[in-house]
Design a protein around this ligand. Sequence first.
Ligand code: FAD
Ligand code: NAI
Length: 469
Amino acid sequence: MSENKFDVVVIGSGPGGYVAAIRAAQLGLKTAVVEKHAALGGTCLNVGCIPSKALLQASEEYAHAGKALKRHGVMVDGLSLDLAAMMAHKDKTVGDLTKGIAHLFKKNGITRFEGLGALGAAGEVTVRAADGSETLLGAGATIIASGSATASLPGIEIDEKRILSSTGALALGEVPGHLAVIGAGYIGLEMASVWGRLGAKITVIEFLDRILPGMDGELAAQFQKLLRRQKMKFKLSTKVTGAKSGKNGVTLAMEPVAGGEAETLKADAVLVAVGRIPYTEGLGLEQAGVALDKGGRIEVDENFATNVAGVYAIGDVIKGPMLAHKAEDEGVAAAEIIAGQKSHVNYSAIPGVVYTQPEVATVGQTEEQLQDAGIDYNAGSFPFMANGRARAMSATDGFVKILADAASDRILGVHIIGAGAGTLIAEAVLAIELGASAEDLARTCHAHPTLSEAVKEAALDVDERAIHI
Ligand code: FAD
Ligand code: NAI
């Protein structure tokens, strides 16, 4: 067992787990990672962030070549789709990146165990390999980073053929004629964008009376308008009560949330995107006495420690947004805390980005949250229509909105819809992290002509002195 004794054992190799392991190794801790899948990288690299962005990028290029390029005097003849090649690009991107993590493990002296990791006696982790053999690891500290899994709905069985989770929707062999999407959140709208651009008719069914719950209301309303222009159909305030899969497609049963007449919808395929649930199966949590919260997530304190000494948890399996960069930051903090350092994650400065066209990006508080909390704020906004670079790019949809405390001018929230919003938000995240005021952003020189000037102008507009509008 001596060679299997580690300072830190990480269970799960997603962005939470692999980053925690690298940081622990950097700090001189003898570190191991247990991953049940042959490929490292977790949901994010294998069936999440990376494959979805590969398909979003490729499908956007296809849609762009089909329509928008003409506006710029670029003529494309004989445009056609090679879906197999598009999928091969996605698979190669995933393969290269997951192999890259194996390389990083080697470089940092991290030992990898392939198998199901479970908590054993105090200070021990067992690894059960696919062939049934067991290895016992000594663990000074254990970090659980087991991630999350797709949630489903009662009466709907995901078969990954016609009734799909995001994993199935990332690997379709042909473009469905009509794709019904249940849930207008991150996954629903990203995957609807991919298949809509490639030619599918899209109907999005959402339980609430709006899309992207949790995001700023004005942003979400504008986004829905733009998605409608891309021919997406929405059925809001509607609940799906069942799905029947047949030879010729799927029939969905639906009814208005407020009550009323039930109806059916026929589609060639259905994507179920109604959220994700923490993944805690097989970890031996009950035997070890690890407490869960009401949502079934592992309960941790501000140091990511569970109620069991030496056992920590990070990422999708604990509270907070289920985002890769949140998991990564928690991984770094947990490793540093285990190494005896003081470390934390600033949850008020975690961006959220929907990688559609246009992109939607947000950080900090929404107008609705500020109003509910009774916080007095000033709002400034600036449309991309008035930004020179956006006009040159024919990317004039959307706006930047900045919310700042009325008394101190401190930036409390930034919400962007527009081309490149996911990159533009980084400046706003830094501003919030550093406690900057809208005046600080407004006085910062922004290169011309760039989309980032819209951020500066929105900051100026907080004080009603934008220049270009
Ligand atoms: P995971 O990445 O889920 O990794 C957990 C790992 O633990 C898995 O490899 C699993 O096999 C392993 N594991 C679990 N139990 C055990 C066990 N007992 N023993 C051994 N191994 C175990 N987030 C973003 O920020 N940006 C995006 O663009 C984005 N796009 C997404 C697109 C899709 C389609 C999906 C589904 C998710 C997306 N996400 C995105 C969310 C992101 O993938 C997750 O927030 C992130 O992967 C969470 O990281 P994690 O390390 O907590 O868990
Ligand atoms: P989500 O929580 O983003 O959206 C789920 C949607 O389904 C919500 O709008 C919800 O109101 C709706 N819904 C719930 N029950 C319903 C029902 N019975 N009928 C109709 N609608 C219903 O969850 P999603 O899209 O599944 O994604 C899971 C998580 O993965 C996200 O919350 C996000 O954390 C992460 N993710 C992040 C991405 C990114 O950062 N770009 C991309 C994809 C996923």
